[in-house]
Design a binder for this molecule. Structure first.
Ligand code: MUC
Ligand code: MN
Length: 374
């Protein structure tokens, strides 16, 4: 039996309120659901991870419920008794028996990294090879569904010096209405902010062909996932014709997707998400593919709470280049979190401490209050 054998794995579903409804093309969030993963080891160390998605099954192939049941029934029996410090071996063991399920794998890998960092007294960023920055610029998503409200929200974020990059969620409405909404916001903010859009696959290629041109010609800096992940040829054609860069998000559901997108020239920017690759180490493999192909990088989010956000941040701190910054604002969309200390957002950046592991502690009372099965 290894000294640091994994003794138990607990999964906890937590429901937290959001500051306002968050309107995406496929779903309007009224709250957020996190799956917290606690990996307890024989040396008394506990690692914590998070597997979070958006809108049940409306965004990806895994829901909070499937993540919980799959970790409880399929991941845990494979991992109990294994060496918690050998993350390569633990993740390989999962990879051999479990297809897909990258959200669940990401939470488990994050928890193993947190435990190892605590054991070695090193932050996760150093376990991943070392950080080249201590803070990350953070975009904010304007998704109230109302142009005037979105402009007021952006002005408030600029005043607070919290965000100067704004991502607008479009695609749910009629296209000309959406374009007018985006252009009005860009006009109001001018050069004070970078304005980008995320269509979440809602357009078809014919609509996107025209809309991307309008967006690019009106000063929009980046267009995220304008069409279905299944229309890869369309992504290639849009990437050639659009005056604004095209970013792949839903197109990437695993590291191999990233390789194929790069090979085909389907996007000039990749959204990096730990949940869509299988963890902080897995997402760095996608980043390496992008770097080799000359594709720009953006630090994405599944609107995780503090744990998943810090797990992402530690990975992003190690990247050579993060040209398009990050959107690690998940905790700011929630009115509550389950950590003893909130994450530090200041001067347009998320600042990440060098405390061991992910550098966080769970507030047990809050967790007990917000867990679904209390
Ligand atoms: O990028 C997505 O599609 C998901 C997410 C990220 C920010 C946000 O508001 O939604
Ligand atoms: Mn997106």
């Amino acid at each position: 039996m290894p000294i640091c054998a994994i003794e138990s794995i607990e999964t906890i579903i937590v429901d937290l309120p959001t500051i306002r409804p968050h309107k995406l093309a496929m779903h309007t969030m009224q709250n957020q659901t996190l799956v917290i993963i606690r990996v307890r080891c024989a040396d008394g160390i506990e690692g914590v991870g998070e597997s979070t998605t958006i809108g049940g099954l409306s965004y990806g192939n895994e829901s909070p419920d499937s993540i919980k049941v799959n970790i409880d029934r399929h991941f845990a029996p494979l991992l109990i008794g294994q060496d918690a410090s050998n993350i390569n071996a633990a993740m390989l063991r999962l990879e051999r028996s479990i297809r897909g399920n990258t959200f669940a794998k990401s939470g488990v890998e994050s928890a193993l990294l947190d435990a190892l960092g605590k054991r070695l007294n090193l932050p996760v960023s150093e376990l991943l090879g070392g950080r080249v920055r201590d803070a990350l610029p953070v975009a904010w998503t304007l998704a109230s569904g109302n142009t005037e409200k979105d402009i007021a929200e952006a002005e408030k974020m600029l005043d607070l010096r919290r965000h100067r990059i704004f991502k607008l969620k479009i695609g749910a409405g009629e296209v000309n209405h959406d374009l007018a909404h985006v252009i009005a916001i860009k006009k109001a903010l001018g050069d004070r902010a970078s304005v980008r859009v995320d269509v979440n696959q809602a357009w078809d290629e014919a609509v996107a062909l025209r809309a991307c041109k309008v967006l690019g010609d009106n000063g929009i800096d980046l267009i995220e996932q304008p069409i279905s992940r299944n229309n890869r040829g369309g992504m290639v054609r849009l990437n050639l014709s659009s005056p604004a860069p095209i970013m792949a998000d839903e197109s990437i559901e695993c590291v191999e997707d990233a390789f194929n997108l790069a090979r085909e020239g389907a996007a000039s920017v990749f959204a990096l998400k730990i949940a869509k690759n299988g963890g902080p180490r897995a997402v760095l493999r996608t980043a390496a593919i992008a770097e080799s192909a000359g594709i720009g990088l953006y630090g994405g989010t599944m609107l995780e709470g503090g744990i998943g956000t810090l797990a992402s941040a530690h990975a992003f701190l190690t990247l050579n280049k993060l040209t398009w910054d990050t959107e690690l604002f998940g905790p700011l969309l929630l009115t509550e979190d389950i950590l003893t200390e909130p994450l530090v957002y200041r001067d347009f950046h998320l600042h990440v401490s060098t405390a061991p592991g992910l550098g966080l502690a769970i507030d047990e009372e809050r967790l007990a209050f917000f867990r679904r099965d209390k």
